[in-house]
Design a protein around this ligand. Structure first.
Ligand SMILES: Cc1cc2nc3c(=O)[nH]c(=O)nc-3n(C[C@H](O)[C@H](O)[C@H](O)COP(=O)(O)O)c2cc1C
Length: 665
């Protein structure tokens, strides 16, 4: 098979062994802005795993721009850490670039003890703060700091640098008419807004010389009203390449955009067209970024000429061996990034180091190692959801004989529920991974097996791990037993035909997802939309209507003052936006009192109100499924519990807990 992904390519005179790029990630693996052992272990694993080019960063070119939690590159004392990193990455044949970073008005004042700085005083929707305007002298200083940081990268043995000019950070702020309102030589026209970027490129070049690779990360479209689109960014990219940029890494929009950039709702490779727009204008390698995770998809991007290399970011966070597995055709063995954001962006926003839902060892490369057990045991895992699968695979990797008993006819558990709403299908990729991988590593899988105490005792096991999950909470509400009342899990499994008027009770994550699932029924697919659009069969307004208005009217009722309090910030706004787009009526601070045959009665603002309903869906949370656990306890059989059977939580918790239990038997 033609495998373009593993053809070497050149950035200036630097040969990179393949076209798999690890883009920069603020991982929060440093406490003193220096390269830590944790960071080194993380990147060494990706270099060893076959990645061609690793871009590390952002590395703050000063404290105000980088803040206390990111890596620093504003002093020579940082160099030794990067030297070690370069040595570790090079040892495995990968190349290392450092990303030179200044956040400008995206810095939080509480992190740096002062206002952030920017071309102009324009409040940021991201930080919800107003920056201070930079003086001309300060801008010149920052240009020099970029250059000094680039020189340090070179001195440390990094193979090149990347200037961050995307996502709405400082260079991007200068380029945009929305954030650059200056009237001096740094603003006022399309050309003048490029002055800062051009000065940075020139100062960097002066320091590192003409042979050293200097590249740029560019947003292919800011996706912010009034800001630069793909057309303008392509012109800027052309200009920057003429002035010495050696490769362009094209990503999507700003942190402030209302267009989702990273979650699983973004279709795979959705922003590759932005890379192509820029590639048409430049004569240097272009990498495409965002939601590229599948080797076949990556190959297609290269084959069809959308870009010259691909950023596999979270794909390599999920699996450090992504590149080697892809190269060796072991695609089913790749732990899949599902775009859930639970381990990466959600943790970053909570100021916690990055982990991964799909891999319990991410960020723990140095610690979580599966070592061979001193004696081989017979291990039973009950329950084939993420916690059970992880426990079984980890125990097997230690050399035990492992059986996995699952009551359903497939592996995956609640992943199938999580994958039911449109846009959330990526969770199926994790279910499919477990389905194959658990068997491949040699776990004996028994499906449709109702586990009982007698069966366990008859088979005889040295260790028992229960991962029996959770079940929906039942509440005592008048009318709850009526025929038109269903549990959200039943609905998400496709077992309920919904009526015209659907009321979902409970506005946590499951309630929101169920409301989206219900409201999407009867809306057209992407393929149908493309067909209608290309045939000019309908007006834009009509196409919007048939994309958003489905077969049912849906109301979501929540007792608390906020929907989705259990959701991560990186996903919550996307799903709330979707509820609104789909026309779901959202009621908060509304307490349901009674369900009747064709309506739900609730109290809101001290008044009793009704909402028509021919289907009522309960999404009131889950409770541990401990039936088997109680039986074993009564019989005095010892066991461990992992995942939702301990306490219903996120899939990430189940994965990590399962892995740890399996690695300790
Ligand atoms: C937790 C997190 C931190 C990130 N930090 C940076 C960063 O410092 N610089 C940068 O250019 N991009 C950053 N990104 C964006 C990624 O480099 C990448 O473009 C994004 O994850 C999309 O690619 P993917 O779908 O392959 O993961 C970050 C993304 C995440 C999820």
């Amino acid at each position: 098979m033609l495998n373009l992904l593993f053809n070497p390519f050149k950035i200036k005179n630097l040969e990179v062994r393949n076209r798999v790029v690890m883009p920069a990630f603020g991982l929060l693996y440093t406490s003193d802005r220096k390269v830590s052992q944790k960071l080194l272990d993380f990147y060494e694993a990706r270099a060893k795993g076959g990645c061609g080019l690793i871009i590390v960063g952002g590395c703050g070119i000063d404290f105000i721009g980088g803040g206390p939690m990111m890596l620093g590159l504003d002093d020579d004392t940082f160099i030794p850490g990067y030297e070690k990193l370069a040595e570790a990455v090079h040892r495995h044949g990968a190349k290392l670039f450092l990303q030179l970073f200044h956040s400008g008005r995206y810095q939080f004042s509480f992190l740096i003890g002062q206002k952030s700085v920017a071309p102009s005083v324009v409040r940021s929707r991201y930080t919800k703060e107003e920056p201070r305007e930079l003086s001309k002298e300060e801008i010149v200083e920052i240009e020099k700091k970029f250059a000094n940081a680039a020189l340090r990268a070179k001195q440390a043995g990094a193979d090149g640098v990347e200037l961050i000019s995307n996502a709405g950070y400082l260079i991007n702020q200068f380029l945009s008419p929305v954030t650059n309102l200056r009237t001096d030589e740094y603003g006022g026209s399309f050309e003048k807004r490029a002055t800062f970027a051009l000065n940075v490129i020139a100062r960097v070049r002066e320091k590192v010389g003409s042979d050293y690779p200097v590249t740029m990360r560019i947003g292919g479209n800011d996706f912010v009203p009034g800001s630069n689109t793909n057309e303008q960014m392509s012109e800027y990219a052309k200009l920057f390449c003429e002035k010495g940029i050696d490769a362009v890494n094209v990503t999507g929009g700003w942190h402030e955009t209302k267009v989702p950039q990273l979650p699983m709702e973004v279709p795979p490779g959705a922003y590759t067209y932005l890379a192509l727009g820029i590639k048409r204008k430049v004569n240097v390698p272009v990498y495409s970024s965002n939601r590229i995770f599948d080797p076949a998809q990556a190959q297609k991007i290269l084959l069809e000429g959308w870009a010259d290399a691909v950023c596999i970011g979270r794909g390599q966070i999920a699996d450090p061996e992504w590149a080697n597995k892809a190269k060796e055709g072991r695609v089913d063995e790749i732990r899949p990034c599902v775009g859930c954001m639970q381990g990466c962006m959600d943790r970053l926003f909570s100021m916690k180091p990055v982990e991964c839902l799909a891999n319990a060892c991410t960020g723990w490369e140095g610690e979580r190692k599966l070592v061979a057990a001193s004696s081989k045991k017979k291990v039973l895992v009950v329950g084939g959801g993420p916690a059970g699968c992880e426990a079984a695979m980890a125990a097997k990797a230690r050399g035990h004989e492992v059986e996995l008993w699952e009551a359903a006819d497939r592996i995956g558990g609640q992943l199938y529920l999580a994958a039911a709403p449109p846009g959330r299908e990526d969770f199926l990729r994790l279910a499919n991974f477990y389905e194959k991988e658990v068997r491949r590593v040699g776990v004996k899988v028994r499906l449709k097996r109702k586990t009982t105490l007698a069966k366990i005792q008859k088979a005889g096991f040295d260790e028992i791990i229960l991962a029996t999950g959770a079940k929906p909470i039942k509440i005592d509400l008048p009318g709850v037993k009526l025929n038109h009342v269903h549990q959200a899990w039943e609905v998400l499994q496709g077992n309920v035909k919904l009526g015209d008027k659907v009321v979902v009770i409970g506005g946590g994550s499951v309630g929101i997802e169920t409301a989206i699932y219900a409201a999407s029924q009867g809306t057209i697919s992407g393929d149908v939309l493309k067909f209608l659009f290309l045939s000019q069969a309908e007006t834009v307004e009509k196409m919007h209507a048939i994309c958003t208005k489905g077969s049912h009217s849906v109301t979501l009722i929540e007792m608390l003052d906020k929907l989705g309090p259990d959701m991560g910030v990186a996903t919550r706004w996307v799903l709330l936006q979707e509820l609104t787009v789909l026309g779901v009526r959202q009621l908060v601070k509304a307490k349901v009192l009674k369900i009747k045959h064709n309506e739900v009665i609730f109290e809101m603002d001290g008044k009793e109100m009704t909402e028509p309903a021919d289907t009522v869906v309960l999404a009131l949370g889950a409770t541990p499924e401990r039936k088997l656990a109680s039986e074993l306890e009564r019989a005095g059989v010892k066991f461990k519990e992992v995942g939702d059977v301990v306490k219903p939580r996120k899939i990430l918790d189940a994965v990590h807990e399962g892995f740890l239990a399996g690695s300790q038997v």
